[in-house]
Write a protein that binds this ligand. Structure first.
Ligand SMILES: Cc1cc2nc3c(=O)[nH]c(=O)nc-3n(C[C@H](O)[C@H](O)[C@H](O)COP(=O)(O)OP(=O)(O)OC[C@H]3O[C@@H](n4cnc5c(N)ncnc54)[C@H](O)[C@@H]3O)c2cc1C
Length: 497
């Protein structure tokens, strides 16, 4: 094997090999991408191997290996090990034309809405993914409910939560359309979501938001109490926001559709618990509790909901479990309400002979049992939403489901590279916080995972693949898992609303 070239590469020597900036065409775009994210060099390499003006491969690879100083200074995304097995390249390859034959690989731990969304987005970019879940199929954890609410959450100051949620909602709508067009429809209904004010004061604030933002009417409009009563077919006490393009979604169907859309690029390993992840050479290796190897890949993505707390590698991520119980109420087809109605809690339209009402939100409670007192709480919320509606239901005889939201202290998700340190100077720029090579997380979805998951998958896949990001940097930074090292989280109880 030809010995690697000596460690002489620097940013300038790399620039000498890659075409000069401003040179026009695809190559100058490559350079710009590389300056933002060296992962992109993987793609450059693949293309250059087939290019007529190919430089010696050893030189290119040594630059890739030795450009860490540039990486550390110039971008927030950590270096990712080459998905191409350079140790297997034959001696005589230098200077010859050979297209890359191995697609880049990733492990995704968790087949909820977080894991399946990023798996589908990476598959669409040509990656080969292994999805590992201890459950027997997709959508068994927090993503296992029969119907959840899908709608944005505006604010007067259009804060970061509101902007991320709007982007997630709009991206999600397009994602569901794309899945359906590809033959993998998600089970959901764009029946509309009515979000009522808690009281006259909040109703006034909701009106002010609409007055200030003047949103398109098919996205959001303010409705009075009378109009709200007409929309939901039951007398209500306040007006509020009407989201005509929102609705309910069955999360396991989104998980299944994502996996189906990934096709042969996604391998699933269900009934398989991850015990630990270990970095061996340039790969992450997933081990089962009996110490057998499950799979290995260059990149690993922690999308295992509240299970992330058991992984020491992710100790810097302050994910908390928030138990939630939803009540299943027998319902006849066509009965009111035919839209989702929210007011502190939510109630769905009839789905398969029942409607979902919920949900409770109890932090740091690991109990998996259905509780009568939480059914009672859900019925009280239901009565607050639709006065008198809960009367026929006996909390002692209701079905339901318990799940555990992976909650974050600031109620924003955690999407990006996992920090490699437990502490840092509070003045450290986010981009300079060391990260674990090739290790990413998509977590902290709390009570909004259905609205965020599709966009989160696209964002993380873009980061990993070195593509332009789908959100502005302020929002990307706001979701960076390393943010808590700079500003320790304040405990937040959170809520379903
Ligand atoms: C009662 C309730 C109501 C909700 N209502 C709404 C709503 O109306 N609208 C909304 O937007 N959101 C709602 N949510 C929130 C939303 O469901 C969650 O934010 C979302 O499902 C989280 O998805 P996830 O993929 O991160 O986690 P999960 O769906 O929990 O997926 C994590 C997966 O990882 C697997 N796993 C964990 N550890 C391991 C391991 N060691 N090895 C292998 N596999 C592992 C688990 O089996 C699980 O399948 C609700 C949640 C609950 C509980």
């Amino acid at each position: 094997m030809t010995p690697p070239a000596p460690c002489v590469a620097s940013r300038s020597s790399c620039d000498a090999i890659l075409p000069p900036a401003g040179g026009g065409g695809k190559h100058s775009a490559d350079v710009a991408q590389y300056r933002k994210n060296p992962v992109f060099l993987e793609r450059c390499l693949a293309r250059r191997l087939a290019a007529p003006d190919l430089k010696p491969l050893d030189t290119l690879l040594s630059i890739q290996k030795n450009d860490s100083s540039h990486r550390a200074q110039s971008h927030a995304i950590p270096p990712v090990p080459s998905p191409y097995r350079t140790d297997e390249l034959p001696d005589d390859l230098a200077g010859k034309v050979r297209p890359a034959t191995r697609p880049p690989t990733a492990l995704v731990i968790g087949a909820g809405v977080a894991g399946t969304s990023v798996a589908e987005r990476l598959a669409a970019r040509g990656w080969q993914i292994t999805v590992i879940d201890e459950a027997p199929g997709p959508g068994h954890g927090a993503s296992g409910n029969k119907a959840g609410v899908f709608r944005p959450l505006p604010s007067l100051d259009d804060n970061r939560l509101a902007r991320i949620t709007r982007a997630g909602f709009l991206y999600g709508l397009r994602h569901f359309e794309a899945l359906a067009a590809a033959g993998h429809p998600v089970r959901w209904s764009q029946c509309g979501v009515l979000h009522l004010g808690r009281d006259a004061r909040q109703e006034g604030k909701m009106r002010a938001v609409v007055d200030a933002h003047q949103p398109p009417e098919d996205y959001l409009r303010f409705v009075t109490k009378d109009e709200a009563t007409t929309i939901c077919g039951w007398p209500v006490e306040t007006g509020g926001w009407w989201f005509p393009s929102g609705g309910w979604i069955q999360p396991p169907s989104l998980c299944a559709a994502n996996l189906a859309a990934g096709g042969a690029a996604i391998t699933t390993r269900f009934d398989t618990k991850l015990d630990r992840l270990e970095r061996i050479g340039a790969e992450w290796v997933a081990f089962a509790p009996d110490d057998t190897e499950i799979a290995r890949a260059a990149v690993a993505i922690l999308a295992n909901g509240v299970g992330i707390r058991a992984l020491p590698l992710a100790a810097a991520l302050p994910v908390r479990p928030a138990r939630g119980q939803v009540s299943h109420l027998p319902a006849t087809p066509g009965s009111a309400p035919k839209v989702v109605v929210c007011r502190l809690g939510y109630v769905s339209p009839e789905v398969d002979g029942m409607r979902c009402a919920g949900a409770t939100f109890i932090a740091d409670d690991d109990g998996t049992e259905l509780r009568v007192e939480e059914h009672r709480e859900n019925l009280a919320k239901l009565d607050f939403i639709l006065p008198g509606y809960a009367a026929p239901y006996d909390p002692a005889h209701l079905e339901g489901r318990v799940g555990f939201r992976p909650a974050s202290p600031d109620r924003l998700p955690m999407i990006g590279a996992v920090p490699a340190v437990a502490q840092t100077e509070k003045t450290t720029p986010l981009a300079d916080i060391p990260r674990q090579p090739g290790l990413y997380a998509v977590s902290g979805f709390g009570a909004r995972g259905l609205v965020w998951a599709s966009l989160a998958g696209e964002l993380l896949a873009s980061q990993i693949n070195g593509d332009p990001l789908p959100l502005e940097s302020e929002l990307v930074d706001a979701m960076d898992p390393a943010r808590y090292l700079l500003k320790p989280p304040r405990p937040s109880a959170g809520s379903e609303e």
